[in-house]
Ligand binder design. Structure first.
Ligand SMILES: O=C[C@H](O)COP(=O)(O)O
Length: 248
């Protein structure tokens, strides 16, 4: 039985005061659910959010990391720095990073490997663009991204990896993949994992859906057999709507 995981990806939103207010608004509800609730915050608020959620069941997540240990990489943040703050999860390879910051399957893989080495849990994102979907390339794209990101990742490490399937055309657009469609792609990703590893790993790995998830569609999405959670952007910025989502 896979434990559902609902993660909020705040993207580039929230000052320290706003972040504290938001997590204060979710932590009591998070304590009442068996769903794993994660807040993936901007680097600048991680420490304060950590302080605010301590003693609650909300988990702390970041949105990126660098694969090197340390060095002359202006503007970057290492896995060790994230661990030092108390981060547990880290989003890797979000489509916005692939699109605007030229991340590739290769850099995603380096980040995943470094995260595992430092005992951070990656939320590794995959998903096709509208053009790729219209060109019938969805399955091919998610397979390449999944295998590329998981290169050299051991079966044992897979227990701490979450995959997020986010069709790029559904992000922030209000368009959601139909829950059946999303489930079909996620089942396929599970097949890809099974071919690379085995049945046990494929049945254990948690795969989220992301893309315009909101209170109104969360329960339908979560009812699908292969969908184990959601990576929520816009609707995670408001405590009330995020609470409704993780209480699907
Ligand atoms: O990481 C979250 C996704 O990009 C989804 O964002 P959204 O819920 O605003 O569509």
């Amino acid at each position: 039985m896979r434990k559902p995981i609902i993660a909020g990806n705040w993207k580039m939103h929230k000052t320290i005061e706003e972040a504290i207010e938001l997590v204060k608004g979710i932590k009591e509800e998070a304590n009442k659910t068996d769903v794993e609730v994660v807040a993936c915050c901007p680097f600048t608020v991680l420490s304060e959010v950590k302080r605010t959620i301590t003693g609650s069941r909300v988990k702390l997540g970041a949105q990126n990391l660098h694969w090197e240990e340390e060095g002359a990489y202006t503007g970057e943040i290492s896995a060790t720095m994230l661990r030092n703050i108390g981060v547990e999860y880290v989003i890797i390879g979000h489509s916005e990073r692939r699109q605007y910051f030229h991340e590739t399957d290769d850099t995603v893989n380096k980040k995943v490997l470094k995260a595992i080495e430092k005992e951070l849990k990656p939320i590794m994102c995959v998903g096709e663009t509208l053009e790729e979907r219209e060109g019938d390339k969805t399955f091919e794209v998610v397979k390449t991204q999944t295998l590329g990101g998981l290169k050299d990742v051991s079966a044992a490490a897979m227990k701490d990896i979450v995959i997020a399937y986010e069709p790029v055309w559904a992000i922030g657009t209000g368009k959601t993949a139909s829950s059946e469609d999303a489930n079909k792609v996620i089942s396929y990703i599970r097949e890809v994992i099974k071919e690379k590893y085995d049945d046990t790993v494929s049945e254990m790995v948690r795969i989220q859906y992301g893309g315009s998830v909101k209170a109104a569609n969360a329960s339908e999405i979560m009812a699908e057999s292969d969908i184990d959670g959601a990576l929520v952007g816009g609707a995670s910025l408001d405590a009330g709507s995020f609470v409704e989502i993780f209480n699907f």
